[in-house]
Ligand binder design. Structure first.
Ligand code: FES
Ligand code: FES
Length: 161
């Protein structure tokens, strides 16, 4: 494919303006990882199943292996790299660390973003709402109990005055 057929994709990622010229078929997850070098967003399946590639696009969770990068043009994206502030972990990251909500960590970036989206919409989720919010994120290691504990802890911490 010639360069003339490529598309310029401009997005804001973690508050920073970024752009790259890509083939129209480039998946958003590959754009983030390969073009922008943001490798914290993982690829677990490439078939919209596992949720390892979850990011926030304009405040909503998306599985970034499901979108072509040009579909996100002009959008605002948050990836796991954008969660800490001045070296301090986000409260959801802290809760996952405290509660041992991860083992290999492959699923963790996606779970963090799904949790952040949930708690933004619903700061006091019920157990059922928590389970529903992470239903699209597969974890092969933990058995989920510590993930659920971490999300409950994060909700408590973030809900403090
Ligand atoms: S890599 Fe996107 S859902 Fe699995
Ligand atoms: S911690 Fe290994 S897949 Fe979730």
């Amino acid at each position: 494919m010639s360069a003339a057929e490529n598309i310029l994709v401009r997005i804001r990622v973690n508050g920073e303006a970024r752009e790259a010229l890509v083939e129209p078929r480039t998946l958003l997850v590959d754009f983030l990882r390969e073009n922008l070098n943001l490798t914290g967003t993982h690829i677990g399946c490439d078939t919209t199943y596992c949720g390892a590639c979850t990011v926030l696009l304009n405040g909503r969770t998306v599985k970034s292996c499901t979108l072509f990068a040009p579909m996100a043009d002009g959008g605002e994206i948050t990836t796991v790299e954008g969660l800490s502030t001045d070296g301090a972990l986000h409260p959801v990251q802290n809760a996952f660390a405290e509660c041992h909500g991860l083992q290999c960590g492959f699923c963790t970036p996606g779970l963090l973003l799904s949790t952040i989206h949930l708690l933004k919409k619903n700061p006091k989720p019920s157990e059922k709402q928590i389970r529903k919010a992470i239903a699209g994120n597969t974890c092969r290691c933990t058995g989920y109990q510590n993930i659920l504990k971490a999300i409950r802890m994060a909700a408590g911490e973030m809900g403090k005055p």
